[in-house]
Structures are given as structure tokens and as C-alpha cells.
Ligand binder design. Structure first.
Ligand SMILES: [Fe+2]
Ligand SMILES: [Fe+2]
Length: 446
């Protein structure tokens, strides 16, 4: 072990001791392999020296900033203090003694510091509107303190009854679902059902051409061209059922694009959803729990119940948001009291009504309720992915506090904190890429 000045640290070095802030607060655990984000955090705290392993070296730690990128000029301690206060508030309900809480705290703090440094470097006036950044929701939502909270609703069914648009999903959805449910369906059936909707087909081709699938294509080099330019080839790369599952999720998105703007900005909402989707896909692939494409779609749709609630029960949701803000609660807690059920139960109910695959529906329905041990593994993927997306401030769906992470879910996934941390830069890159494919030029319809 050697002690090094913080300015001498480089990406790839490994911490030989836990790092604490000058005020005695925990910052990073022993054994952390430093990446450029860690280096910025350490600089931000103006720590004199840090203990690293003697046999340390320049590493190839994956990072959004690039391996071995030189650290930026140290931000002042005020910025770091403010970033930590914001992250502590967002992660109020996380157990920071637990490995999962520790890793999310570290990742969130690094990202928050980077975000604030970017804003500062841009002149410090207001925000820099980049992808994945937290933007304030509009504050003109109903918020009269004298407004009486209505009594809770009887059931999710009561809330769906008055939404004729949702009684039946789009025609293309029905065709794809038919293919998915028929074990005798062929590759050509899957492609034909998707081809029926050219804009859906175009979105799927963009998704399949993303970097995530580039690896698959490289693995079968020689059999596929560099770019997947037809649905039949897409089916061969992703698999017929997986492509049909992706198509199922993407086909219903246009039904959920008219969130009343006084609740939450639509792009911010979808950024949260896509963030959860890419995280879920990566977590499913790394943990081997659930199919990655199913996890992607479940992530994409995990909070659609909240859109329904905003639209169909605005007075209840206004009361829930007031309570969540006043008592610093995760919004799903307050929903259960005010609506009688949370957005996850509502979203699950809708997906069940539409006959989505049962495992996909359960991933959505139980993403905040991990008490049912019989099928914890697949909902655990969305539970953790939502925690990552919310902790790191990738968009937002109206919730300001990450809900407590279930230790049983963490255990069911079998991931280590370091493994999760190593996955995050690739998730962020894929979030940016997928948002560009859904919103090619500017905020607009999905
Ligand atoms: Fe949720
Ligand atoms: Fe969420």
C-alpha cells in the first residue's frame, strides 16, 4: 500500500483503504478500481492523500469519459457539498450500509458532480439540457393546500373503465401478439406482422442496429452485413420471439405520449423509461435472470401506470405528490395511500388486460413489491434497473426519491457492486443511442 497525492491518482489504480470525506462521511470503499469519475470525486473533496495498492497501474476501466481520461480541474468543495446533499436527499430511503446502496450512492454522487461541473463550465447560468439530466418538473401542478384529497379508488379496473383508447391496443399489436402466442409461428410471420406498421418497423431496425446488437452481429460475422437493413435479417440477429416482444412494447408507446405537461415533461418521462429499459436489459444479460429483450420492454413500460393515473385520477395524484413532497416519500408509497394501489399494480393490470406475456406483466406489476418470493428474479431485474435510473437521475417519472432496494432482490440477481458499476457506462451510452432512435431530431412523438 502507498499513499498518493490525489492529483497523482490515475484510472485503474485500486483503493487500499476506504475513503472518507474530511467530515468523516463514507465516500468510496476499499477495493474500488478508480475510473475518471472517481478521480473527479476525489479531486472535488480536496483530499490530501489516498491509499492505493502498490502494484497499481494504468487501467482500462470502461467509462463514459474514456479509459484513462485525464481528470478535469477540481471543482470546489461547495459544488461537491451541494452535489452530495442532492444525492443524499434522492437516496434518502436507501440503506447505505448495504453493498447495493453503497454502489448506487457512489455512482449517483460521481454523476451529480460531473453534471454540476458541466453546468459550471457552461457558465453556471441555469442548466445544460443534455441527455439524462434531471430537469425540474413544472411547478404549476394542482397544489392548493385547501384541496380535499378524494377517497381511494376501489380498484385499477375502476380507473381504466373510462379510457376507451385503452380498451383495445393498436391493430399491429394484436397481430404481433398473435404471432407470439402461436408456437407454430415462423420467422416470416414475425417479420410480416411488424412490416404492417412501417414506422414501428423503422424504430425496431434502429434499435437492432444499436451498439448493443453490434456484438451479436460481430459474433456471426460473415453471415450478416454490417447493418441490419431488413426485418428478416433483424429476426435472424435478435430471434423471432425476441423481436416480436420488442415490437409489442414499442407498438403501444404512441398510446402513452400525451402526459399532461403540468405533471411531468414527456421526454423526461421516456428518458427514465428508456434508462430503466437499457439497465434492465444489461442486468438481465449479466445476471442470467430473465430474457434481456423481455426485460427491455418491461423497463420501457414499467411506469406506464403512472401516465394512466396522471390522466385518469389527477386529484388523487395531486394529493399523492403533495404527500410525497411533504413527507419526502417515494411516490409509489403515497400512491398506495391516495389511490388505493400504486402505478405498478395499475400498469400490471393493463398489461394483463392486453394479454402481454405473463412474465413481462409480472415484471411491471411487482417492480416495487418484492415480497412474493416465488417469482422474485424477473421483477428484481426491473426493481434494480429502476433504482439505477432514478438514483442516477436519468429522466424522471415524477418520483424524487429512490425507493428502498430489496436485499432479497439484490441477492436473487447475484451481482456484485463492482459488476454493476462496470455496466453503467455502457448503459449510459445505450440510453443516449436509444433516445436518439426514439427522438431522432427533437422532442416529438414516439
Ligand atoms: Fe415505478
Ligand atoms: Fe420508474
Amino acid at each position: 500500500m502507498v499513499r498518493r497525492n490525489v492529483t497523482e491518482l490515475r484510472a485503474g489504480m485500486v483503493l487500499a483503504e476506504d475513503v472518507m470525506t474530511p467530515g468523516g462521511r463514507f465516500l468510496m470503499p476499499k477495493g474500488t478500481t478508480l475510473d475518471p469519475g472517481h478521480l473527479k470525486s476525489l479531486l472535488a473533496w480536496n483530499l490530501p492523500t489516498v491509499a492505493v495498492n502498490q502494484a497499481d497501474g494504468e487501467g482500462a476501466f470502461p467509462s463514459a469519459s474514456g479509459p484513462g481520461a485525464p481528470p478535469a480541474a477540481a471543482p470546489g468543495p461547495d459544488l461537491a457539498e451541494a452535489a452530495e446533499a442532492a444525492v443524499r436527499e434522492r437516496l434518502l430511503w436507501l440503506d447505505l450500509e448495504h453493498e447495493a446502496g453503497q454502489v448506487l450512492f457512489r455512482l449517483a454522487l460521481e454523476r451529480e458532480i460531473r453534471r454540476r461541473v458541466t453546468v459550471q463550465e457552461a457558465g453556471g447560468a441555469g442548466e445544460v439540457h443534455g441527455l439524462g439530466q434531471e430537469r425540474p418538473e413544472r411547478t404549476d401542478r394542482p397544489n392548493r393546500s385547501d384541496e380535499a384529497a378524494p377517497p381511494p379508488l376501489a380498484s385499477p379496473e375502476a380507473l381504466l373503465r373510462d379510457e376507451p383508447q385503452l380498451v383495445s391496443p393498436p391493430e399491429v399489436y394484436l397481430r404481433i401478439n398473435e404471432v407470439l402466442r402461436d408456437p407454430k409461428s415462423t420467422v416470416e410471420d414475425a417479420a410480416a406482422s411488424i412490416r404492417y406498421d412501417p414506422s414501428l418497423a423503422a424504430k425496431l431496425l434502429r434499435l437492432v442496429n444499436s451498439s448493443y446488437y453490434a456484438r451479436t452481429m460481430r459474433a456471426v460475422e460473415g453471415r450478416f452485413p454490417a447493418k441490419v437493413d431488413s426485418l428478416s435479417r433483424a429476426v435472424m440477429v435478435v430471434g423471432a420471439r425476441q423481436l416480436a416482444t420488442l415490437a409489442l412494447g414499442v407498438s403501444v408507446l404512441p398510446l402513452f405520449q400525451d402526459i399532461p405537461p403540468h405533471w411531468v415533461n414527456m421526454r423526461v418521462f421516456w428518458e427514465h423509461s428508456v434508462g430503466c429499459a437499457v439497465a434492465a436489459q444489461a442486468i438481465a444479460a449479466a445476471s442470467g435472470r430473465g430474457n434481456p429483450e423481455t426485460a427491455f420492454v418491461a423497463g420501457l413500460l414499467h411506469d406506464i401506470g403512472r401516465i394512466l393515473a396522471f390522466k385518469q385520477a389527477p386529484a388523487h395524484m395531486a394529493a399523492a405528490m403533495r404527500q410525497a413532497a411533504a413527507e419526502r416519500l417515494p411516490l409509489s408509497f403515497a400512491e398506495r395511500g391516495r389511490l388505493g394501489f400504486d402505478h405498478a399494480a395499475l400498469g400490471g393490470h393493463l398489461l394483463q388486460k392486453w394479454q402481454f406475456p405473463a412474465n413481462l406483466e409480472k415484471m411491471v406489476r411487482y417492480h416495487h413489491d418484492l415480497d412474493e418470493p416465488l417469482f422474485i428474479e424477473e421483477p428484481a431485474v426491473i426493481h434494480l434497473a429502476d433504482g439505477v435510473a432514478t438514483a442516477l437521475g436519468w429522466g424522471g417519472s415524477g418520483n424524487r426519491h429512490v425507493g428502498a432496494l430489496s436485499p432479497a432482490a439484490w441477492e436473487a440477481l447475484g451481482l456484485s457492486g463492482d459488476a454493476l458499476a462496470r455496466m453503467v457506462p455502457a448503459m449510459e451510452a445505450r440510453l443516449a443511442e436509444t433516445m436518439r432512435s426514439f427522438f431522432p431530431d427533437r422532442p416529438g412523438p414516439l
